[in-house]
Design a protein around this ligand. Structure first.
Ligand SMILES: Cc1cc2nc3c(=O)[nH]c(=O)nc-3n(C[C@H](O)[C@H](O)[C@H](O)COP(=O)(O)OP(=O)(O)OC[C@H]3O[C@@H](n4cnc5c(N)ncnc54)[C@H](O)[C@@H]3O)c2cc1C
Length: 327
């Protein structure tokens, strides 16, 4: 079947941006396959008709609304397995994020379906979908096609761009799902944003960005101290490598699949300068890089490059700025 089912996560009355990206991608791909993009949402009274139907604006034609706990993987697996079983979707698409990975993996196991994870692009070819997934530390791209009747595609967080189509409201269909016993064993106690979700890197004048060269999550204390020393409108940013590793929140990620910034000063500590990072910060007014590798690509587009160990340089720079400011 050419129809694509997208799982849309929602929180505090809004569909998650990453999910809307998956809906947009699903709608574009379904139209190339000659099918439709359908969305499944799971939750309680917060799932109003208006909220559900709104995904039509991102290209979905139908929304399945399931009354079950939101934010837990197993109820969503039960719901998606039923909908796919009843209506025969050819693909399930997820925007990524931890819940997307968990639901997608569970659904693949349930349906005996092929799964592609950490996908960064999808295309239609000969009436089927082919997913692209970076491998070997993002140095090569593998292509994944599906032999199973259902293909499961889980994107990297924010890999798919949310594009409003101006389409009308999607049709909302309520679906009754009988949850399996194991899906009822977990209860959501509290939902919330991870640390730093309120970081506003887009509006900062000074950004101190940290990469894998910081060595460990605690390494971010060095760049936080430096940003604090700058004071004013300064903030800490990060590369994809470190947010994927859980060292810093996604909200701080700069680059192709993160945010685009243009501060007055962008200071990179332990960042190699991969093209996907560069596209998010190259418009910064002044770029300063600290890297122990004199051949690091970031030096090719820095205004000032310091070759050396950030563990020695960053604390000294912090002290120098504090001294200059007299604090
Ligand atoms: C489709 C796609 C989308 C992507 N999107 C993004 C994105 O949005 N943003 C992004 O950032 N990346 C993105 N990436 C990943 C990107 O390709 C790189 O893997 C990533 O940017 C590397 O992060 P990094 O510079 O922190 O780590 P690394 O590349 O590992 O670099 C670490 C650097 O630290 C230096 N270093 C190590 N120790 C020290 C020390 N003690 N002192 C000084 N320097 C030190 C090293 O010399 C090295 O240059 C994407 C990749 C793909 C395929």
């Amino acid at each position: 079947m050419a129809d694509i089912l997208v799982y849309a996560l929602h929180y505090e009355g809004a569909i998650n941006k990453n999910s809307l990206g998956a809906v947009s991608e699903g709608a574009a791909l379904a139209s190339e396959l000659g099918g439709e993009c359908h969305v499944i949402v799971v939750g309680g009274d917060d799932l109003t008709d208006g909220l559900c139907a709104s995904v039509g604006n991102w290209g979905a034609t139908k929304v399945y609304r399931v009354n079950a706990p939101e934010g837990l993987a197993q109820p969503v697996v039960d719901a998606m397995a039923k909908v796919i079983g009843d209506d025969g979707h050819g693909y399930a698409l997820f925007g990524g994020g931890l819940l997307g990975f968990e639901v997608g993996a569970g659904l693949a196991a349930r349906l005996g379906a092929g799964v592609a994870m950490e996908v960064t692009a999808v295309r239609a070819q000969d009436g089927k979908l082919v997913a692209e997934r970076p491998i070997l530390g993002d140095s090569a791209i593998s292509e994944i096609a599906f032999r199973s009747p259902v293909g499961i595609i889980i994107g990297r967080l924010n890999a798919f761009e949310a594009k409003e189509t101006g389409g009308g409201p999607a049709a909302v269909q309520d679906v009754e799902v009988e949850l399996s016993p194991h899906a009822q064993q977990a209860t959501m106690i509290q939902r919330g944003e991870q640390r730093g979700a309120d970081v506003d890197i887009e509006g900062a004048d000074v950004l101190v960005a940290g990469g894998r060269g910081l060595g460990k999550p605690e390494g971010f204390e060095l760049v936080e101290e430096l940003a604090k020393a700058f004071g004013g409108n300064s903030a800490v940013a990060a590369t994809r490598a470190v947010v994927d590793a859980g060292w810093y929140p996604y909200a701080a990620q700069i680059g192709q699949t993160g945010k685009t910034v243009a501060p007055k000063l962008y200071l990179a500590a332990g960042i190699s300068g991969a093209i996907q990072h560069k596209v998010g910060m190259q418009s910064s007014e002044n770029i300063v890089a600290i890297n122990k590798d004199a051949n690091a690509p970031i030096f090719e587009f820095s205004d000032l490059g310091v070759v050396g160990d950030l563990n020695k340089i960053v604390p000294k720079l912090t002290e120098a700025i504090k001294a200059k400011k007299g604090s």
